[in-house]
Write a protein that binds this ligand. Structure first.
Ligand code: CMC
Length: 429
């Protein structure tokens, strides 16, 4: 392979160093191009721009491959647990038995949240969307741990912030759920594993005993694993770019939550179920919605379909579809949305419009069906995505800081007015 790509502009030749990754992905380094030639590269939406060199997650969208630190997502979903995956992403290797034991114990130690957080929560009206609440609470953590404002502290201190975030997020989510419903907040139960504790804090009522259903806990754990990282997506790039200004980890993660909230990203899981329910309410005519999605004059899109990087099956969607089948059967519930989703997928995958554009179901297409079946309210689906994605954001933020990446600051081609003289208000026509 050549070491340089050659670019000829205005009769002059520029050499752009070629970078090759461990999976043979190739790129040109254009960072010095403007200084040498006066040209920048333009790529709105960063469709073909590598923002970093990362060793966390490998994704091959053409083959439908996803690996965290080299481990295939299929194996992790089958054999691992969410906290083990979190450790893998953040610290770079699968933990030894002792490391996993210590990691879990450390997280348990930090699950309690300051009582004053309840006052902040109570300030939100019950109409507040849980993603807005969660991003505010994530930012609020800076007030309870002001030393975290300095991201240049020792690795040990940064690690404390990491543990606190992982530990407290489930408590914050559960408290926002109970607060919105006017129910007393539940405290963490350190006798339970991470996911069971979360479910108990969410759903346990003071009036009756709450037993965590292991089928539900296992389903939630798998959903978290499947969402744990996805290389340089919109929210992760947000976390990295915010962190690149040396904003602290809580603030960077809060920004990631806001980016994830959008319906084209993590908010899609909520929109998928709403779309499926809409189809059912309109007599179950999936084709009508498919036609709407194909109409260039209609902004409607088939939610849970298509992906910037996957031009093949999203491997997470495959796992989730099989999981949905299994879980609905094990729980003995019948979700009409699942039937409609399967019909919609079948029709879409044969439709020329979707085939030509390589649009396949993505992670959000089936995840909501599982979450609905296990009792997660629909507006909290993106929040579940957030809990799952948190270790990925943390790992990416840490990598960005450890690599001493410069502040993220894209350029632009200016297309506005050229210089014009200021006109006094009375003289304007
Ligand atoms: N329904 C109908 N048409 C679609 C869809 C869809 N879901 N997705 C893409 N297209 C069409 C799009 O209109 C365009 O057609 P044309 O070439 O005729 O203009 C073509 O396919 C390429 O689409 P694009 O918008 O240029 O692709 P993108 O890479 O910019 O967008 C996407 C990717 C995920 C935002 C988009 O596919 C989409 O809006 N999907 C629905 C929302 C969704 O499910 N989001 C979750 C993404 S996966 C989880 C995550 O990462 O958060």
């Amino acid at each position: 392979m050549s070491e340089f790509a050659e670019l000829k502009v205005d009769g002059k030749l520029y050499k752009l160093p070629i970078i090759e990754g461990s999976e043979h992905e190739k790129g040109f380094d254009v960072s010095g191009l403007r200084a040498e030639s006066g040209y920048i590269t333009v790529d709105t939406g960063y469709k073909n721009t590598g923002a970093t060199q990362s060793s966390i997650t490998f994704l091959d969208g053409e083959q439908g491959i996803l690996r965290y630190r080299g481990y295939p997502i299929e194996q992790l979903a089958e054999k691992s647990t969410f906290l083990e995956v979190a450790f893998l992403l953040i610290y770079g290797h699968l933990p030894s038995g002792q490391e996993l034991f210590d990691f879990k114990a450390n997280i348990k130690k930090h699950q309690l949240v300051h009582e004053d957080m309840k006052k902040i929560l109570q300030g939100f009206p019950s109409t507040a969307h849980p993603m807005g609440v969660l991003s505010s609470l994530a930012t609020s953590l800076t007030a309870f741990f002001p030393e975290s404002l300095d991201p240049n502290r020792s690795a040990e201190k940064i690690n404390l912030t990491i543990l606190r975030l992982l530990a407290k997020i489930t408590t914050l989510v559960a408290w926002s759920y109970t607060n919105a419903r006017g129910i007393r907040a539940n405290y963490p139960d350190n006798s339970l594993d991470y996911v069971s504790n979360f479910l108990k804090m969410m759903f346990s009522l003071p009036t009756e005993e709450y037993e965590v259903d292991p089928i539900v806990a296992d389903a939630m754990d798998k959903i978290f694993i499947l969402h744990a990282d996805h290389e340089q997506n919109c929210s992760t790039s947000t976390v990295r770019i915010v962190g690149s200004s040396h904003a602290n980890l809580y603030a960077s993660v809060a920004a990631g939550i806001n980016a994830l909230w959008g319906p084209l990203h993590g908010g899609a899981n909520q929109k998928v179920i709403e779309m499926l329910q809409n189809i059912i309410a309109n007599g179950g005519d999936a084709k009508k919605f498919l036609d709407k999605a194909k109409d260039p004059n209609d902004p409607f899109r088939l939610m849970g379909f298509g992906h910037r990087v996957y031009k093949n099956f999203d491997p997470r969607a495959k796992i989730l579809k099989a999981q949905a089948d299994k879980i609905l059967e094990r729980l003995g519930v019948d979700e009409p949305e699942f039937e409609i989703a399967k019909q919609l997928e079948e029709v879409a995958l044969k439709d020329e419009y979707f085939v030509k554009r390589k649009l396949y179901p993505n992670v959000d297409f089936y995840s909501g069906i599982i979450m609905k079946a296990i009792g997660i309210p629909i507006d909290m689906f993106p929040v579940m995505f957030t809990i799952g994605r948190l270790p990925g954001w943390i790992a990416q933020w840490k990598e960005m800081r450890n690599q001493h990446e410069p502040i993220g600051r894209p350029r632009q081609i200016y297309v506005g007015n050229t210089e014009q003289a200021y006109v006094d208000v009375g003289d304007r026509s």
